[in-house]
Design a protein around this ligand. Sequence first.
Ligand code: MTE
Length: 335
Amino acid sequence: MNHHTRKIWNVPEHEHTPIEVFQNRKLYRREFLQRMGTGLGIAGLAGLLTGCEQATKEEIEQAGATTPVPQQDSSIYPAERNPAFKYGRPETEDIEAEKFTNFYEFTGPTSKQAWKYVENFKTAPWSVTVEGECEKPRTFDLDDLFKELKFEERAYRHRCVETWAMCVPWTGFPLASLLKLVEPKASAKYVAFETFNKPKQAPYMESSGAGTWPWPYTEGLTMPEAMNDLAFIATGLYGAPLLKQNGAPIRLVVPWKYGFKSGKSIVKIRLTKDQPATFWNTVNPEEYGFVANVEPDVPHPRWSQRTEWMLGTEKRYDTQPFNGYGEYVASLYTG
Ligand code: MTE
């Protein structure tokens, strides 16, 4: 396919994109790893990407809106805010979190503007299968989740490994409450998350081709991490259903870890005996570990993690250990 004939790619940022990203459908793994060496990791072209062109909030929200919206959604949003969680700094403006996103299936390393490429992404109908080491494996439609789980809003900080950060209100439920429904066995030691695998709906997934990136996007937690009250499954953001670019219709949110742990648009959750392979850890294990807790004193091999900047502002803050959530999770890592 000639990608240059596709309207979806026909945007100015295309000029910044290494031409082979678009033309070479056979970017083999060895070549890919060489690129990693030259800096095309999660943050590969971040320097080129911060200057977003002007788009209105309406354009961005319309582009990412999901249709049809499940019936129950109307009664879920806005959910009551859990008062236990505070940002400790100003909330990020909604347009900032909606226009600047990481969603490799749509953009690869070349853009933060996933909202421009989500047009063909179908988020309904959608179901999530929870299986593996559990007594009652089950496939949940979104409506099942709306009926069976108690939804709440949580004001969480989010810290990307690339050093940008945001403070946003997610709507959803603790991951633990979903896992309890399938009755995990004692043999369950890890939880693996898998994202949708539909290249026809996700332009970069399709154009990058087989044998390049380890699609679908996968992530994982240990069982104690997954059962921690902070680990959250979100279906909404800013009091409304998630936009496609933010991981509609359902995503993980793990606020004490770097953002790449929080897989978007999840279709499968598997309880496992062994540590699962994960997307970034497979791509570049030297730079992206499995644990990936926010740690200011541990630099990324290519940059410091000591400070972070808030989306939509000029403000930098000191990075906090566990992204400021040590009181909830530090005990998971002692000994
Ligand atoms: N999930 C999928 N499926 N694909 C991705 O590329 N990027 C991760 C994470 N989840 C990613 C993903 C990264 S690096 C970050 S920082 C967060 O999503 C960003 O979430 P946001 O774009 O909604 O802010």
